[in-house]
Design a protein around this ligand. Structure first.
Ligand SMILES: CC(C)(COP(=O)(O)OP(=O)(O)OC[C@H]1O[C@@H](n2cnc3c(N)ncnc32)[C@H](O)[C@@H]1OP(=O)(O)O)[C@@H](O)C(=O)NCCC(=O)NCCS
Length: 299
């Protein structure tokens, strides 16, 4: 039976998520990192599908999903949130076919920047992306620390956080902060996070100045963005102080290797690298000192 790449439907998303989790864990266990992924409801995938039906594709083998690709677009930026092939179906051309479909999405939406986050230890994905004109830029480290260990290392935060919700959010200011950090506005994604009951949202303030934002869920910090590079260290420290007061046993974040101040704060607070990842793109974009992504799919 020939594998057909077709647009994903809402009722594909749960099975696609299962394949993604199996594919991630097969890779991370094979490379000695243990299991990385656990199954979660595919809420952001469903949001993206409602937003733009051209961005999600499945490789369908007679009703069985053999692979899944999902990209989203914000302005000029096309981001490949997931590209996964079932472990027993890899190296057979399916990934290549799915990537062609998702590239057509970038072209359709007129997005000139293509980017993604992959595993530093996956030769196949990096080779595949390089072949398609997407090149490595810098590492991004998933870092974490047990909360008790963090608590003993916290210094007083210089910046303070204020809760943000759908009503109080100033979308014009969020757009300016994102334009500086990422070159694009992510208003629709702020609306998604602000509507997610498991995630807390905050604006970050230096005295009376509104300098950035951060989201925290289950002890995980990100995305975090600030207006200027000198603010990222204090902003990350303030987010760590807040997260340390939660009941989560582990506090984690996603820190770009391009952000020296954020990496220094992570190290000073006893955070360890759990998974090394890599940002790849067709060209340079954004100011990655000022932005800590949420995860490889949300960016
Ligand atoms: C990455 C992945 C999606 C690729 O899908 P696939 O169906 O196995 O890939 P294909 O068979 O279409 O293409 C494989 C290509 O990878 C590249 N590749 C494989 N091994 C490579 C290596 N050691 N060095 C460089 N390139 C390599 C080649 O370009 C190869 O194409 P070719 O054989 O025609 O030269 C799939 O392997 C997968 O799901 N991996 C685990 C999860 C993952 O890392 N996903 C990406 C997350 S961003």
């Amino acid at each position: 039976m020939v594998v057909v790449c077709r647009p994903a439907r809402m009722d594909d998303l749960k099975r696609a998520e299962e394949i993604v989790v199996a594919s991630i864990n097969e890779l991370t266990e094979r490379r000695g990192f243990g299991k990385m992924a656990s199954s979660r409801p595919p809420n952001f995938q469903a949001f993206s599908l409602r937003d733009d039906t051209e961005g999600l594709w499945v490789a369908d083998d007679d009703g069985e999903i053999a692979g899944f690709a999902w990209s989203w677009v914000c302005g000029e930026l096309w981001f490949l949130a997931q590209l996964f092939v079932a472990p027993d179906r890899q190296s057979d051309g399916i990934g290549n076919e799915l990537i062609r479909k998702t590239f057509a999405h970038a072209q359709l939406r007129g997005a000139s920047i293509k980017a993604l986050i992959t595993f530093t230890f996956n030769n196949a994905s990096q080779g595949l992306y390089i072949r398609h004109g997407i090149f490595p830029r810098f590492p991004i480290y998933m870092v974490s620390v047990p909360r008790d260990r963090l608590t003993s290392r916290l210094a007083a935060a210089r910046l303070h956080l204020e809760p943000m919700n759908m009503k109080t959010a100033r979308f014009d200011e969020l757009a300016l902060i994102d334009a500086n950090a990422l070159s694009v506005s992510r208003e629709k994604h702020h609306r998604y996070l602000l509507g997610d009951s498991t995630t807390s949202a905050f604006t970050i303030h230096a005295g009376g100045e509104y300098v950035g934002y951060v989201y925290i869920s289950d002890g995980h910090i990100g995305p975090l963005a600030v207006r200027r590079p000198d603010l990222v260290g204090p902003a990350f420290t303030a987010a760590l102080s807040f997260a340390a007061e939660s009941s989560s046993p582990i506090i984690s974040a996603f820190v770009p290797g391009a952000s020296e101040p954020a990496l220094k704060i992570a190290t000073d607070h006893g955070m360890r690298i759990t998974f090394p990842m890599l940002l790849m793109s067709n060209r340079q974009f954004g100011d990655w000192i000022c932005y800590l992504p949420r995860n490889p799919g949300f960016m």
